[in-house]
Design a protein around this ligand. Structure first.
Ligand code: ADP
Ligand code: ASP
Ligand code: MG
Length: 812
């Protein structure tokens, strides 16, 4: 014999019930089956809503009832053709009774648990009766009232089963029952006074297990709307997948901690009789689903992750508890007498505090009762009044063989920490089947996805980008990401999504990833932005592995990095302002980045995409010492002096450099040498030296009046006015067969920048176009320096440098 249970989602309408009937037909070809069904769709919720409405407004209750009535008669019309009259009459009778109860509630203004149990039982009474009659059309089927068989105590809404009587009832009934298919309503039962009771919300699973155990069934099948018990709730974690085999204990832990697919008490009766439970998908019957048994194939040490929302933490705290026995006994006794379910317990080893997790609904009641229980100690200030914290969730990582692996809890908490999920309390069952943590409810989704990635998706990593600045560099960057996305996914197992984009006016967000084919259009239609708004949205979006990317040259943007880093959001920037600001600020950003486990990368601050800072870091980290750096670090100045001669004006060369995207938006920053000074400053700092921008000697070649201009127009006018000055600079170098290079030098803790005459024998002499070159003279490279050379300016190479930083973060 097999017991099959179909949940509310499997019997939500006629089409779905047809599917159910075909599964029953197929199974009953081979053996007898008992079929337990839930109420149609959301009927139980609606019945209860109707009862609550009846307390206020009987017409509203009747309106709700009308909806329920419609659904049930629709199914009768669609699926029953022989017995229609009899079934319609019986069902009408049930609806009349239900309406009378609602009217009673309205008149008496009273809604007891006894009445609630009665009202909610109608869902399964109706569904099992109607489906039985639909089955009779083609099968040898019968209907049996489960309330006659399952006998419980008087706890109307969460009744405890008397197994002795129940098992006997079931055995006797089925002994005499010759039908191949027996339809039974789940969830419902009765007490010894023959009043209706129920087994708790979601309790049809439990009913089915009770029948399976009493009948020694060879299998219990739970048919639902997903293909088994998943590694995490598939509605919250997209990457979750069905667990093929799992033990009773593991399934119990997962369901206890929120995997709604199975009502937790279900396992017990099946486990006692060692009956395998199979969870299957009504809408994909060929899928093997999940097998729950004593002896599962163990593929993975962590089996699944589940969570419960709406948790409160109740803390009892105070020096007066230390060493005095009986506090926890009184605490738990108080909660147990009040039937408050304790989901989670931790106690500090100092015995200074006990902390329990309860459902948020119970929290206030628990506080009132506990404050009362401990009123004497509280009055004497031995302990504090009970503390309640709301809006929390519990996440649990479950797996029986976790105990055989070291470091799993380390992995769990470091993954959470890296993603800025604050852990409020931790518990690990001594059997080590379960490690659970209390976190903020708002972090639950992120935490589940993080842990799922950690334990089940080691191979793909997701990176979520928030991009500010979509000028030359930003635009190229987005284009490169768009182009490489597929490659990265396939080859590096890296899934990069751009979640937010902003320019100085607008911003756009899409938590599932902005379509990069049309980001411009989306941004144009986005909402107004500000640095604060953008930050707020990034925080709200609360994604794991988040990276903020600054493609601007803006001072204010550079001032928000710290905020992001403190939220454990990595920062990648081509904007030099932060790293070239006061040393204390630079140092603080580095420290914050370390403390909050967020990368702060700025490879493109020097030499665009050339791996200059990365190389320097590798040298320093591996113990080398930097003695001297000599470099041509301005792609713009290099371009300018490579193209400047007696046949062209200085003005035209600079204008061309700007037009080709080789200068900062304000070309004076390049021409004045400030940009180069910032770069050598950053290299000096990265080499381990404490230096300020003012410490760098800048032998500027621009005339004072050009330096003093305040806008680009005046700047260019001034260049024309001083053409003779620039021609003279050229001539002096040319006469000595030298070329002009703007050189940055760092030596013995001091740095300077300025124009130099470079002879043909020097490695800088042949530097072309907008190229950069850096010579590192170090302990290990004393005479022949380590040289890095290549294109050092331009939107494409800068964007690819930013991209490289993003990949560095992914590889960490
Ligand atoms: P039924 O109506 O069949 O009783 P339920 O709604 O009670 O179905 O349970 C199935 C739902 O449980 C799924 O649709 C899914 O949203 C939820 N669920 C939560 N956690 C899990 C999990 N780990 N695996 C599968 N489903 C889960
Ligand atoms: N119909 C009941 C409920 O919605 C029982 C069940 O579906 O398992 O809670
Ligand atoms: Mg269910």
């Amino acid at each position: 014999m097999k017991v099959l249970k179909f949940g509310g989602s499997s019997v939500a309408n006629s089409e779905k019930i047809k599917q159910v009937l075909s599964i029953i037909a197929k199974t009953s070809e081979e053996q007898k089956v008992a079929v337990v069904v839930s109420a149609f769709g959301k009927t139980t919720d609606q019945l209860l809503a109707g009862a609550n409405a009846a307390l206020q407004d009987i017409n509203e209750a009747k309106e709700i009832l009308k909806g329920i009535h419609e659904l049930h008669f629709q199914v009768i019309n669609d699926l029953i053709s022989t017995n229609t009259k009899e079934v319609s009459e019986e069902v009408t009778l049930l609806f009349n009774r239900l309406q009378s109860i609602y009217e009673g509630v309205f008149l008496l203004q009273e809604l007891s648990n006894k009445t609630l149990a009665k009202v909610s039982s109608f869902g399964e009474r109706l569904s099992s009766y109607i489906i039985a009659n639909a089955a009779k059309e083609t099968l040898d089927a019968t209907h049996k009232e489960s309330r006659d068989l399952i006998i419980t105590n008087d706890e109307y809404l969460n009744a405890q089963v008397n197994f002795e009587v129940t098992n006997k009832n079931i055995a006797i009934f089925f002994h005499d029952n010759q039908h191949k298919v027996t339809l039974l309503g789940g969830f419902i039962s009765s007490n010894t006074a023959e009043e209706t009771t129920t087994l708790g919300r979601g309790g049809s699973d439990f009913s089915a297990a009770i029948f399976a155990a009493a009948l020694d069934a060879n299998e219990l099948q739970i048919w639902t709307d997903v293909s088994g018990m998943y590694t995490a709730n598939p509605r919250v974690v997209k990457q979750a997948f069905p667990i093929s085999e799992i033990s009773y204990e593991e399934a119990m832990e997962l369901s206890h901690f929120g995997a709604k697919v199975l009502y937790p008490p279900t396992i017990q009766p099946a486990l006692r009789k060692n009956i395998p439970i199979r969870i299957k998908n009504t809408f994909d019957p060929e899928n093997p689903g999940t097998l729950i048994s004593n002896d599962p194939e163990n593929a993975h040490e962590v089996k699944g992750i589940s969570h419960i929302d709406d948790i409160s933490l109740i803390t009892l705290e105070g020096g007066g508890m230390i060493g005095i026995p009986g506090f926890s006994k009184r605490l738990f006794e108080t909660l147990s007498v009040a039937k408050i379910n304790v989901i989670f317990i931790t106690q500090a080893s100092s015995e200074h505090s006990i902390c329990v997790g309860v459902y948020e609904n119970d929290a206030q009641k628990a506080k009132t009762l506990l404050d009362d229980t401990f009123s004497v100690e509280i009055a004497r200030k031995k302990i504090k009044p009970v503390i309640v914290e709301n809006d929390l969730a519990i996440i649990a990582v479950v797996g029986e063989s976790m105990k055989n692996y070291q470091g799993l809890s380390g992995q769990m908490f470091s993954a959470l920490g890296k993603n800025n999920v604050n852990v409020r309390a931790i518990a690990q069952g001594s059997s080590e089947k379960n490690i659970s943590a209390v976190i903020n409810k708002s972090d639950a989704k992120k935490a589940l996805n993080t842990l799922h990635e950690q334990f089940f998706e080691e191979k793909t990593k997701q990176l979520n980008l928030f991009v500010t600045g979509v000028g030359n560099v930003g635009e190229r960057f987005l284009a490169q990401i768009h182009q490489q996305k597929k490659f990265l996914k396939e080859n590096l197992k890296l899934n990069i999504r751009v979640i937010g984009i902003s320019n100085s006016r607008k911003m756009v967000f899409d938590n599932s990833g902005i379509n990069l084919k049309k980001w411009k259009e989306l941004l144009e239609n986005g909402e107004p932005t500000s640095l604060d708004n953008f930050h707020k949205k990034v925080k709200e979006s609360n994604q794991r592995n988040s990276v903020f990317i600054d493609n601007t040259a803006n001072q204010q943007v550079s001032e928000v990095y710290e905020k992001y880093l403190r939220d454990s959001i990595s920062v990648v920037t081509c904007n030099k302002i932060a790293c070239a600001s006061k040393f204390d600020n630079y140092k603080k950003l580095k420290e914050v980045s370390k403390k909050y486990n967020a990368s702060f990368l700025f490879e493109t601050n020097v030499g665009a995409g050339l791996p200059i800072i990365d190389t320097l870091k590798n040298l320093v980290n591996s113990g080398d010492q930097i003695h001297k750096i000599q470099a041509v670090l301005s792609g713009s100045l290099n371009f300018v002096f490579n193209n400047f001669n007696e046949n062209i004006t200085f003005h035209d060369v600079v204008a061309q450099a700007q037009a080709e995207g080789f200068t900062e938006p304000d070309p004076k920053i390049d021409l004045s040498g400030v940009d180069v000074a910032r770069k050598i400053l950053i290299l000096a700092r990265e080499s381990g030296y404490t230096l300020e921008l003012e410490d760098i000697k800048n032998n500027a070649f621009l005339p004072k009046e050009t330096l003093n201009t305040t806008n680009n127009d005046d700047f260019y006018l001034s260049l024309t006015k001083n053409e003779a000055h620039f021609q003279n600079i050229f001539k002096e170098a040319n006469d000595k067969d030298c070329r002009l290079k703007y050189v940055a030098e760092f030596k013995d803790g001091k740095a300077n920048v300025g124009l130099q005459h470079i002879p043909a024998s020097h490695p800088f002499y042949n530097l072309e176009g907008s190229d950069n070159i850096v010579l590192f003279f170090t302990e290990r490279y004393p005479q022949n320096p380590l040289i890095i050379k290549g294109a050092g300016a331009g939107a494409d190479v800068t964007a690819s440098g930013i991209f490289a930083d993003v990949i560095r973060i992914a590889n960490q």
